[in-house]
Design a protein around this ligand. Structure first.
Ligand code: ZN
Length: 511
């Protein structure tokens, strides 16, 4: 097609909804106030420059572009950033949990509520949560999402169709495990298909085969925007044989893996009892750790103050660093239970590659960045660590490294056109001297104005074109109310939702 040098581009042109379908075949120039440009080694701030996008790629970044363009996006009062990458999110779990988790836990299970708050699941509730969560995560500037579990909750086809429709870049995990948690009394955690010594291996291996089939079918689909990882669910729910076979399968398929590890004290003690090793040592022993492995959470490791297992040599952290494993750190979901990583900064100092995830709720990667920085500074008692620069690198370059993608997480010619435009001309962002610090310390998802993925505008003016957010919220409310009504018949203690998670205030009663 003709690129209209003759059509004098207007600097005041604001992206229109029509761009969603048209932008892909056009040359678009983004004129930015503060562009985070990659110099081949690190991010730099380019003040007053232009990023040029052609089809799904970045064509140019620099002070001024002399070539023809079809459209211009005015981002002169904004930060133009590489899209953020969330390394660990549960798109079907997130908003289903809003308003029911938090402000409570179970002391017998060391304040983890993974085990005694099992909710009934319905396909409709999973769908309502996923539809809403994809919108929320896009609105916080995530252009790539590592999603765990939606193929299990929605079925393979729908789990792929949803992110495809939303335009996001997704790495989907169809999770599997040898068994699952159950607690008969709220004091102990038992594992289905496990007699305390031996696993029934059949269900886990069946799950692995299904996951392999999912990967063969969908990895690289949707113009390469949908990819897959292998997902052995958690270190304590998988047999050693299943973990070993997972590594073999990943190597054969040429895909990475992610597992939940070091996410509860119960898990740490269980793995110690079974194998005489820390959970991280076990993952290393079975050959899972490595540059293609993402260790989800990795918080309650040897040496953590809550674990009660001294590790002055910091062996678990060193294992992560030496093997080139990436940690997916989700600070919010643990902070709700009084648990912090010890610490994000310490892991970085030891050479661990760390990315950030949103886990369940809220799906706001900007908020997670701020919280990760704040918690780490508190844990270390030192403001110079866990800097805004560190967190920004975590959600861009470090996360891209975890996925083996040197074409993501940076603005440079030849990279994917995954770009976020954050308004800096606002009450919470002013004044601007260091836009990265403003983003991490003062920003939230309401500051994101435009999100471009693969050259297409998927968030415009802070919203997803064509999406009725109120309808999504109403759907989720209705489906969750159904789940809450079902709860007493499925909960191990027969609790109502208000007994399981006590409301902040009692309901009003007329006297
Ligand atoms: Zn998770």
């Amino acid at each position: 097609m003709q690129h209209g040098a003759a059509q004098a581009p207007s600097l005041s042109f604001i992206v229109s909804g029509a761009l969603f379908s048209e932008a892909w075949l056009m040359i678009t120039a983004v004129d930015g106030g503060y562009i985070v440009a990659f110099d081949g080694t690190e991010h730099r701030i380019l003040r007053g420059g232009t990023v040029v996008i052609e089809e799904d790629e970045i064509k140019y970044v620099g002070k001024s572009y002399g070539g023809p363009v079809d459209r211009r996006i005015d981002a002169r009062r904004s930060l133009v950033s590489p899209g953020f990458i969330a390394l660990h999110s549960h798109i079907c779990g997130g908003h289903g949990e809003t308003g029911r988790r938090g402000d409570g836990s179970r002391r017998q299970l060391y304040n983890s509520d993974l085990f005694d708050r099992m909710f009934p699941r319905t396909r409709e509730a999973a769908r309502a949560a996923a539809e809403l969560n994809y919108v929320e995560v896009l609105k916080s500037g995530c252009t790539t999402l590592v999603e765990l579990g939606s193929p299990n909750a929605l079925g393979d086809k729908e789990a792929v169709e949803l992110p495809d429709r939303n335009g996001i870049r997704a790495y989907l995990l169809k999770m599997y495990g040898s068994g699952s948690w159950q607690t008969p009394d709220g004091n102990r955690v038992l594992y289905t298909n496990f007699d305390g010594e031996t696993w029934d291996e059949e269900p886990g291996f069946k799950g692995l085969e299904e996951s392999k089939a999912f990967i063969k079918e969908y990895d690289g689909s949707a113009d390469g925007r949908i990819n897959c990882l292998l997902g052995p669910s958690t270190v304590d729910m998988c047999s050693v044989a299943l973990l070993r076979e997972s590594r073999k399968a990943a190597n054969e398929l040429g895909v990475g893996l992610q597992t939940h590890v070091s996410q509860s004290l119960v898990e740490f003690q269980e793995i110690m009892r079974r194998h005489g090793m820390t959970p991280m040592e076990l993952l290393h022993d079975v050959g899972l750790l490595g540059p293609d492995f993402i260790a989800g959470h990795s918080i309650l490791i040897g040496g953590h103050s809550k674990v009660g297992y001294a590790d002055p040599w910091r062996r678990d952290i060193k294992l992560l660093a030496e093997t080139g494993t990436t940690v997916a750190h989700c600070p919010q979901v643990f902070a709700r239970y009084g648990i912090a990583m010890e610490s994000y900064a310490r892991y970085l100092m030891e050479g661990v590659n760390i990315g950030i995830g949103t886990d369940t709720y809220p799906m706001d990667i900007i908020r997670e960045m701020g919280l990760a920085a704040t918690l780490s500074k508190i844990v270390e008692g030192e403001p110079r660590v866990a800097t805004s620069r560190d967190l920004f690198n975590s959600v861009t370059l470090s996360a891209a490294k975890a996925l083996g993608r040197d074409d993501l997480g940076r603005i440079a010619p030849g990279c994917k056109a995954d770009i976020v435009i954050v308004n800096m001309n606002s009450i919470n962002m002013s004044p601007v001297r260091d836009p990265i610090r403003n983003l991490v310390m003062s920003g939230n998802n309401g500051d994101v104005r435009t999100v471009i993925i693969d050259g297409r505008v998927v968030v415009e003016d802070g919203g997803v074109p064509g999406v009725d957010e109120e309808r999504l919220a109403e759907n989720l409310q209705r489906e969750q109310e159904r789940i809450w009504d079902m709860l007493p018949s499925t909960d191990v203690f027969g609790r109502t939702i208000d007994e399981m998670t006590v409301p902040s205030f009692k309901d009003w009663e007329d006297s």
